[in-house]
Design a protein. Structure first.
Length: 150
């Protein structure tokens, strides 16, 4: 097993992935999905994602409840997620994509957790692996290849 296949990697969490974690308590599933790919995952998210979660937390219903629970878990240190300021983006999705591109350009191993189909398509074009939620299995699954080309 080469050192490049089992290294530190950055797992970028978008809003949809964070809401699933809040709703289903599926954070351990992400770690399990990375076995054999990433020895030391570091979870990161753009500040814009956290701002979006704060707005969603004001809503009623499951999404609002999931966002409130997640923000509390992060605030109290139960979930370790590095919050990153990303410059040069205007939307939350652009910030996630830019962060993935910037980290990849620095030679970091990057995987993006998302349920957003359009973002997943763009990530595939960039050659970035994704974690996506399979509702039928109620778990995150790794897809894409770091070797894929646009």
């Amino acid at each position: 097993m080469s050192s490049t296949s089992r290294r530190i990697c950055r797992i970028i969490l978008d809003t949809s992935a964070l809401l699933i974690i809040g709703e289903y308590g599926s954070f351990p599933d992400i770690v399990d999905s990375l076995e054999g790919i990433c020895e030391h995952p570091v979870f990161v998210t753009p500040r814009r994602v956290m701002d979006e979660l704060s707005r969603i937390a004001l809503e009623r219903g499951r999404r609002g409840l999931a966002a409130r629970l997640l923000l509390k878990l992060i605030d109290e240190g139960y979930l370790s997620i590095e919050i990153v300021d990303v410059v040069g983006c205007t939307t939350t999705d652009e910030c996630v994509l830019k962060l993935a591109s910037d980290l990849r350009d620095l030679g970091e191993g990057v995987i993006v957790a998302t349920l957003d189909k359009e973002m997943a398509r763009r990530l595939r074009e960039m050659g970035v692996m994704q974690l996506t939620w399979w509702y039928s299995r109620r778990k995150f699954t790794l897809c894409g290849s770091s070797e894929s080309t646009a």
